[in-house]
Design a protein around this ligand. Structure first.
Ligand code: FBP
Length: 547
C-alpha cells in the first residue's frame, strides 16, 4: 500500500504507555461493584458476571509468559485509534509468548458468527500503526444477541484455540460483549470476553470511563474545519454557516467544538429537552441572533447543531418513542407499502397528539423517523438534514420579520455536515497512546483470567506516565431501558450534564459569542512539537477532571 510522507513518519511513532504497564504487571482488586441502576434485574440476568471488583494494574515482579490466542472485533462506527488498540493487543500477546496468535474477525461481530477472519501477523500490524480508520479488519453493526450466534461463534473459537475475544465498540456493542461473556461463563466454555470503549460520540463515559477513544481526534478534526469556516465567514462577511455535527444522541461533540472554536451559536440537545423547547422557539432564538448581528452590520455567522437534536425536542421525542413501539409491533404490516400509503398507515395508528406532530414535519424528516432503525434500535439521525430544516425555518422567520422592519439585514445560509470526515482521521497523540494502552490492558485482563470486563485507563488529563490502567465489570455500567418495544439491560448512555463544568463554561460565554465575533481557529492536529500543543486533551476532559 502506497503511503504519504506523513504516514511513513507517523508509522514510526511509539505510543507512550503508563508506568504501571511497562514491565511485569500484577492486578490490584478493588471493592465489589453493583450496576448503576435496576440492581436486582441486572444481577438476575448476569449471575456469573455481576458484582465483580474493579481492577487496576500495578507493577509486579514476575513476567507472565502465558500461551494464549486472542480474537479481536471492531464494532459499530469508526473512531480514530481503533487500529492502535489492535496493535497494543498484538504487541502484548506476543510479549507474553511469541507463539501466541491474534485473529481479526472481519467486518464486525458478523465475522465471528460467519467464521470470517484473518490471522493478524506482524506485517499486517505494522502497516496500520498509528493510522486512522478500521480498514485493517473492517467494522459492522451486527447485533450479537442470539444463542445460535454465540454457539456458531464458539465453533471458530474452538477451531482457532482462542482463549478470549476483545470487542472494541460503543455502548451497544459493549452491552453485547457483556451478554456474550455471561453466556460463555454460564456454559463454562472457558472463553473470556473483554470490551474496549470506542466512539467519537463521547457518550460512553461514567465514573470509571473518563472518555471513549476517538472523541479527542474527531473533535479536533471538526474544530480545525469549523475554525477554517469561521475565518472564511469573517473574511467574506456574507454567509451564515449551519454546521451539523455527528454524535448521535448526545451533544458532547458539538459542545467540545464550541469550546474550541467559539461559534456564534451552538445548540445543546440536552438543554433543549430540559427547557421543553419547541422547534419554533429554537428557530426564534437563532433568528434573533441573526437579526442582532445584522443590526450591527454583521450579516454572517456560524451555528453548530448536534446531529441528535431532533430526538430531544420533547414533542418529537414523544413521537419517536411511539414510532419505535409501532414499528416493533406493526413494522411488517407497512414496510412494503409505498411512501404515501406508509405515511397514511402511520398517521392512522399514532395517538392524536403524536399524529399532529408527525403531520407538521417536513416529509423527508417524517419519513426518516419512520424508517428502519439500525440493528441496535437507533434512529439513523446522521441521515436527517436538520441543518437544512432549521436554516429554512430561520429564513422564513426572518422574511416575516423583514416585512415588519424587525430584520433589516441579509441572510445567505450555507450548510455543512461534519461526521464521516472526522471518524477516520489519523489519531492524535492522545488517542494513539490511549488506544495502545487500552489494547495492552485488554491483554492483561485476559492473562489474569477476567471476563465481562471493559479495559479502562484513568487519570487521562495527567501525563501518560501517570495514567492508571485497569478494568471495570461491564455490568457495573448497566441499567434497564426500553428498546424496540421491550425492557433490555443496556449500558447507560452519558448525555451532556447541564450542571457539569463543560456546559457551564459554554453557558457563561455564549451570549457574548452570539453578539460579537469571538472565533478561535485551532488549526490542524499536531503530532510533533511542544507537549502543550501535541498532547493537549479535549476541553471537556480537562474541565471534567479539573480538581
Ligand atoms: P458508534 O456509536 O457505533 O461509535 O457510532 C457513532 C456514529 O458515528 C454516530 O455519531 C452516527 O450517528 C453513526 O455512527 C452513523 O452510523 P453509520 O456509520 O452506520 O452511518
Amino acid at each position: 500500500m502506497k503511503k504519504s510522507l506523513l504516514q511513513k513518519e507517523r508509522a514510526a511513532y511509539q505510543p507512550k504507555l503508563p508506568k504501571g504497564l511497562r514491565g511485569a504487571v500484577k492486578v490490584q482488586e478493588g471493592e465489589a461493584t453493583q450496576s448503576v441502576g435496576d440492581q436486582e434485574e441486572i444481577k438476575k440476568l448476569f449471575p456469573n458476571t455481576y458484582g465483580m471488583p474493579l481492577v487496576e494494574f500495578v507493577p509486579g515482579e514476575v513476567e507472565n509468559t502465558q500461551k494464549l490466542n486472542v480474537g479481536v472485533i471492531l464494532s459499530g462506527g469508526q473512531a480514530p485509534g481503533g487500529h492502535n488498540v489492535i496493535c497494543g493487543i498484538f504487541d502484548a500477546v506476543k510479549k507474553l509468548n511469541p507463539e501466541n496468535k491474534l485473529y481479526g474477525f472481519l467486518m464486525g461481530p458478523g465475522g465471528l458468527v460467519d467464521h470470517n477472519y484473518i490471522e493478524l501477523t506482524a506485517d499486517i500490524i505494522d502497516e496500520y500503526r498509528n493510522t486512522g480508520g478500521f480498514d485493517m479488519i473492517g467494522s459492522g453493526r451486527t447485533k450479537l444477541e442470539k444463542v445460535e450466534q454465540f454457539e456458531k461463534g464458539l465453533e471458530v473459537i474452538r477451531e482457532l484455540d482462542i482463549k478470549a475475544i476483545v470487542i472494541i465498540g460503543g455502548d451497544d456493542s459493549n452491552t453485547n460483549a457483556c451478554v456474550l461473556a455471561e453466556y460463555y461463563a454460564a456454559k463454562n466454555y472457558g472463553v473470556q470476553v473483554i470490551g474496549a470503549p470506542k466512539t467519537i460520540d463521547g457518550d460512553l463515559k461514567n465514573s470509571q470511563i473518563e472518555t471513549s477513544f476517538g472523541f479527542d481526534t474527531a473533535t479536533k478534526t471538526y474544530s480545525e474545519v469549523i475554525g477554517n469556516i469561521e475565518r472564511d465567514a469573517n473574511s467574506a462577511r456574507k454567509y451564515w454557516h449551519f454546521i451539523k455535527l455527528m454524535g448521535r444522541s448526545a451533544s458532547h461533540i458539538a459542545l467540545e467544538c464550541a469550546l474550541q472554536t467559539q461559534p456564534n451559536i451552538c445548540l445543546i440537545s440536552e438543554e433543549i429537552e430540559q427547557k421543553d423547547m419547541t422547534l419554533n422557539e429554537i428557530v426564534e432564538q437563532i433568528a434573533t441572533a441573526v437579526a442582532n448581528r445584522a443590526a450591527a452590520g454583521n450579516n454572517f455567522g456560524v451555528v453548530l447543531i448536534p446531529e441528535g437534536l431532533i430526538e430531544f425536542i420533547p414533542s418529537i421525542g414523544r413521537l419517536i418513542d411511539e414510532l419505535n413501539d409501532l414499528m416493533a409491533a406493526h413494522g411488517d404490516d407497512y414496510k412494503d407499502l409505498d411512501k404515501d400509503a406508509q405515511r397514511a398507515y402511520i398517521l392512522a395508528h399514532l395517538s392524536k397528539k403524536n399524529a399532529e406532530t408527525f403531520a407538521t414535519l417536513p416529509e423527508g424528516v417524517a419519513r426518516q423517523l419512520s424508517l428502519d432503525r439500525d440493528p441496535h434500535g437507533n434512529v439513523q439521525v446522521s441521515l436527517i438534514e436538520t441543518e437544512k430544516l432549521i436554516s429554512d425555518m430561520v429564513e422564513a422567520k426572518l422574511a416575516d420579520w423583514k416585512k415588519v422592519g424587525k430584520f433589516t439585514g441579509s441572510f445567505a445560509p450555507l450548510h455543512h455536515f461534519f461526521g464521516y470526515e472526522g471518524r477516520c482521521a489519523m489519531p492524535s497523540n492522545f488517542d494513539a497512546d490511549y488506544c495502545y494502552t487500552l489494547g495492552v490492558s485488554a491483554v492483561e485482563l485476559i492473562a489474569n483470567g477476567k471476563t465481562g470486563y471493559m479495559a479502562i485507563v484513568k487519570n487521562l488529563s495527567a501525563s501518560t506516565d501517570e495514567w492508571k490502567a485497569g478494568g471495570v465489570p461491564i455490568t457495573m455500567m448497566m441499567n434497564m431501558e426500553r428498546r424496540n418495544g421491550e425492557m433490555k439491560p443496556v449500558i447507560r448512555k452519558a448525555l451532556v450534564e447541564l450542571d457539569g463544568k463543560p456546559f457551564k463554561k459554554f453557558a457563561e460565554k455564549r451570549d457574548l459569542w452570539a453578539k460579537e465575533t469571538c472565533y478561535v481557529y485551532p488549526g490542524p492536529i499536531q503530532y510533533w512539537g511542544p507537549a502543550s500543543v501535541c498532547d493537549r486533551t479535549t476541553r471537556t476532559l480537562a474541565l471534567e477532571l479539573e480538581k
